[in-house]
Design a protein around this ligand. Structure first.
Ligand code: PGA
Length: 253
């Protein structure tokens, strides 16, 4: 079965309202059909309502985080139910910036993953190692622990509704991209972890993206590999022309 590629932008804490709207109007007409490439913009939560209202046929809108509970006294947080009620279809879970600065743990990643699936929001679950781990040669062991924890008590049917993103921390926002071979090897290893939790057929169907300094200049070589099914893109997703180039590059996949 062919895996439909995914090109997901992660805007992080960038853009004003006017810039966000200008971007949507600029990309709407020129994105590939969603049956060929799934395109997503994961925006700051304050923009989500406006973006959902104006998204074209082909684009999905995602959040960058959510809480794992339905409601409660959690100042500043958003629930999956809130996202769902606004038509938000994707959510990034366990981004390394949230793990580093906002106490995201393997345990909360697992709780959020299960909640997102229960509310029919597609989770884009992030994993990835630091430079120390890469240099120590223990990357595969490290991501295995992250992936096993994220998918604990997640059934095979539920796992098929998720997207994974392998993002080596040392490559995020640094201009230092993993080589296509490094990224593909680790993503193959992640697929192996899914095969051991579920089975090979399931592992072969889950989309696994690469993230970390992906840009128009390197996207082709990354997507030409066997196991990289798309990209989660920070900096290069902020400009409409760059995002369109990345989205259309995935048509060759
Ligand atoms: P980058 O960010 O493309 O700016 O490296 C990727 C990410 O953090 O998802």
């Amino acid at each position: 079965m062919k895996r439909i590629p995914v090109i997901a932008g992660n805007w992080k804490m960038y853009k004003t309202k006017d810039e966000a709207l200008a971007f949507i109007y600029a990309v709407n007409q020129d994105l590939p059909a969603k049956e060929k490439v799934e395109t997503v913009i994961c925006a700051p939560s304050i923009f989500l309502r406006d973006l959902v209202k104006r998204q074209g046929e082909e684009l999905g809108i995602g959040a960058q985080n959510m809480h794992y509970l339905d409601q409660g006294a959690y100042t500043g947080e958003l629930s999956a139910l809130m996202l769902k009620s606004y038509g938000v279809k994707y959510v990034v879970i366990g981004h390394s910036e949230r793990r580093a600065y906002y106490n995201e743990t393997d345990e909360t990643v697992n709780l959020k993953l299960k909640k997102a699936i229960a509310e029919e929001i597609t989770p884009i679950v992030c994993c990835g190692e630091s430079l120390d781990i890469r240099e120590a040669g223990t990357t595969n062991d490290f991501v295995k622990v992250q992936v096993e924890a994220a998918y604990q008590d997640v059934s095979k049917e539920e796992a098929l509704k998720t997207i994974l993103a392998y993002e080596p921390i040392w490559a995020i926002g640094t201009g230092k991209t993993a080589t296509p071979e490094q990224a593909n090897d680790t993503i193959k290893a992640i697929r192996g972890v899914l095969a051991s939790i579920y089975d090979q057929e399931t592992a072969d169907q889950v989309r696994i993206l690469y993230g970390g300094s992906v840009k128009p200049a390197n996207v082709d070589e990354l997507l030409a590999t066997s196991d990289i099914d798309g990209a989660l893109i920070g900096g290069a997703s902020l400009q409409a022309d760059s995002f369109l180039t990345l989205a259309n590059a995935a048509l060759k996949k």
